[in-house]
Design a protein around this ligand. Structure first.
Ligand code: KG4
Ligand code: ZN
Length: 348
């Protein structure tokens, strides 16, 4: 079967086509993600209204592109999978209605799926659904989410921890903004931090101490750290400015502090649950330090390809195929209605 995936939960427009069958592993036939960073850069953050308009413009273009690349037409599809939430309302509605129009017009059944659930299974893209080993701890770390979820099977989720304020990606991005990196900045800050870490030891300074929060609680918090980072940066600006290696040293310290927070919390989750397999996902899953630190502490680390860390439609198509494969109740209906609202797999 051929599955079309549509993802528009935030500021990336994604459309993908996947081929899935019971005999072989799902295969990505075509995938495109169009970033809106250039649109939102001048505002220093995502402007919801502009994001929705961009999706509206991009979706038909990207659809044509993926269908052409995969040599299919709409009628060849078996399923249309679309992100139904959580995310920005205007962005979600644009993608959902686009998929709905395709479904009604072509008669291809549609399934609205959960964005976080898409991230959860993104490290397994390309792998046969039957070969996924449960249970594992899903560690979703992105610009909008920081969550640890116990995954017992498809549809069986238990939230272990989530952030009570900022997401880890936001902490990276806001620090990057204060240090003068171009929006969104998280990846650029991480790159500068990694370069600093490669300097000979005698050219490196000790990382700056940043406070830990939420110690021994099943939650994340990054707002206190963000304030401490802002104060450190201001302190350095007042004491001669951020010159020479200072920005790289600050980046190195900030990355170390955010990653330490993430690693400490997932370690607590492993001890608490006895589950030692981690599936890392979300934009921050691209972070090299986080990957290498996690590799050291767990029994198995499942990692998404770098193009599937940030928001993408392939994870939505892969998840849609999984639900279709498992024949979730309602999945046989020609048209599956799902409310576009903030929902979380654990709440269902
Ligand atoms: O998954 P994603 O596209 O957004 C949400 O669904 O929320 O993730 C984007 C986030 C941004 O905050 C970006 O700065 C961060 O992922 N990011 C990184 C790296 N690459 C992307 N953060 C740290 N290190 C990286 N290498
Ligand atoms: Zn996401």
């Amino acid at each position: 079967m051929y599955i079309l995936g549509v993802e528009t939960s935030c500021d990336d427009t994604g459309v993908s086509v996947l081929r899935a069958s019971s005999e072989s592993a799902p295969e990505v036939l075509s995938e495109v993600t169009s970033s809106q960073d250039n649109v939102h850069r001048e505002y220093g953050g995502v402007v919801p209204e502009l994001a929705a308009r961009e999706h509206l413009h991009n979706l038909p273009i990207l659809l044509n592109e993926v269908l052409e690349q995969s040599g299919l037409w709409l009628g060849d599809l078996s399923w249309i999978g679309v992100t139904a939430g959580p995310g920005l309302k205007g962005s979600l509605l644009t993608g959902f209605h686009f998929a709905q129009g395709l479904s009604v017009g072509s008669g291809v059944p549609m399934l609205g799926v959960n964005h976080i659930e898409g991230h959860i299974f993104s490290p397994f893209i390309g792998q046969q659904y039957t070969s996924i080993d449960f249970p594992f701890l899903a560690f979703v770390v992105s610009g909008g989410h920081t969550e640890i979820i116990i995954v017992e099977g498809l549809g069986h989720y238990q939230l272990w921890a989530r952030t009570i304020d900022d997401a880890a990606g936001e902490a990276f991005d806001k620090s990057a903004h204060l240090l003068g990196f171009s929006y969104p900045g998280g990846a650029a800050l991480a790159q500068e931090a990694d370069e600093y870490g490669k300097l000979p030891f005698n050219q490196q300074k000790e990382p700056i101490e940043l406070p830990r929060t939420m110690i021994r609680k099943k939650a994340f918090s990054f707002s206190g750290m963000k304030t401490a980072i802002a104060l450190k940066i201001r302190e350095q600006q007042q004491n001669g400015g951020i010159v020479g290696n200072n920005r790289a040293h600050l980046s190195y310290s900030i990355q170390a502090a955010i990653v330490r927070e993430l690693v400490m919390k997932i370690s607590e989750a492993m001890v608490d649950t006895g589950i030692r397999r981690i599936a890392l996902s979300g934009g921050v899953a691209a972070n090299r330090l986080l990957r290498s630190e996690l590799e050291l502490i767990c029994d198995h680390l499942y990692l998404p390809a770098s193009c599937h860390c940030t928001d993408n439609a392939t994870m939505i198509a892969y998840l849609t195929g999984y639900h279709a494969y498992r024949r979730r109740p309602g999945v046989n209906e020609v048209f599956v209605r799902q409310p576009v609202e903030e929902f979380f797999p654990c709440d269902q």
